[in-house]
Design a protein around this ligand. Structure first.
Ligand SMILES: [Zn+2]
Length: 261
């Protein structure tokens, strides 16, 4: 009992010292620096720029499609880059050995990129589908995006490939359920959207995840129908607004207050 009595005042002093250290000017300056140094998305995906973009690097779970080997357009906001990293890691945990193949994100400082109507401010990413060979084994090293038909078979030269419903659903369900980055769109062809939602229903995915997936999986009304890749777009982080601009639809999971229209 006597030793407890001695230790308690000592603990109180240590706690006090810890609080003083946390509140020190150096600490708060470091925190401010960390805040101002974060990546920022400015403007709209089709007319914007990116400040201090973060690079999506190749890793244990991520590779860049060979077709983009010479590209330097792999920059995004922290929210987007970390979203992709988290989702790829979950797919790999459920399906050991899986690597997510990515296409382009944005330039280091954003702005226009040849071949994309958006991708200007670090909130868009093109992701390859997970694929299988004709025998149903994971097809591990796609050089480029491959297009798929409604029956899941590859188109043209990729006729021997299959759309991997299971792993693509794992990816989509993780992207839409992410607690930090909030997904507005995953552009994909209507027939592949149907395959993904059927997969989710067959696996008894939570209704909330199915509902989110049904809302964000969209075939664009015009232009590229997205038969050969997912295009993921996330909403502006609230701390980037109002310089960062979103446009409707504002789903129920929109972060923060919906901007006035
Ligand atoms: Zn795209």
């Amino acid at each position: 009992m006597r030793s407890v009595v001695k230790v308690l005042p000592l603990l109180a002093v240590l706690l006090l010292l810890a609080q003083v250290a946390l509140a020190s000017p150096q600490r708060s300056r470091a925190r401010n620096r960390a805040h101002t140094a974060r990546a920022r998305s400015i403007g709209a995906p089709w007319h914007g720029r990116l400040e201090r973009g973060i690079e999506l690097r190749e890793s244990q779970h991520i590779r860049r499609a060979g077709a983009y080997a010479s590209s330097t357009h792999f920059f995004g906001t922290a929210e987007l880059v970390h979203l992709i990293e988290r989702a790829a890691a979950v797919v790999a945990r459920r399906n050991p050995g899986s690597k997510l193949t990515t296409g382009e994100l944005s330039k280091h400082s954003g702005g226009e990129i040849d071949g994309h109507g958006s991708h200007e401010n670090g909130r868009d990413a093109d992701l390859s589908f997970y694929m299988m060979d004709a025998a149903g084994h994971p097809y591990a090293n796609p050089y480029a995006f491959a297009a798929f038909r409604a029956d899941g078979h590859g188109l043209g030269a990729n006729a021997g490939l299959r759309f991997d419903d299971a792993r693509n659903w794992d990816l989509v369900s993780r992207l839409v359920a992410d607690p930090e980055a909030r997904v507005q769109y995953i552009f994909v062809a209507r027939a592949l959207r149907d395959r993904l939602l059927n997969e989710g229903r067959a696996r008894h995915a939570p209704m909330s995840v199915l509902a989110r997936a049904a809302s964000v999986l969209v075939q664009p009304a015009t232009g590229n129908p997205h038969r050969n890749h997912f295009h993921v777009r996330i909403y502006c982080d609230p701390s980037d607004r109002p310089a960062c601009v979103d446009r409707a639809p504002y789903h129920a999971w929109y972060p923060g207050v919906v901007p006035p229209s």
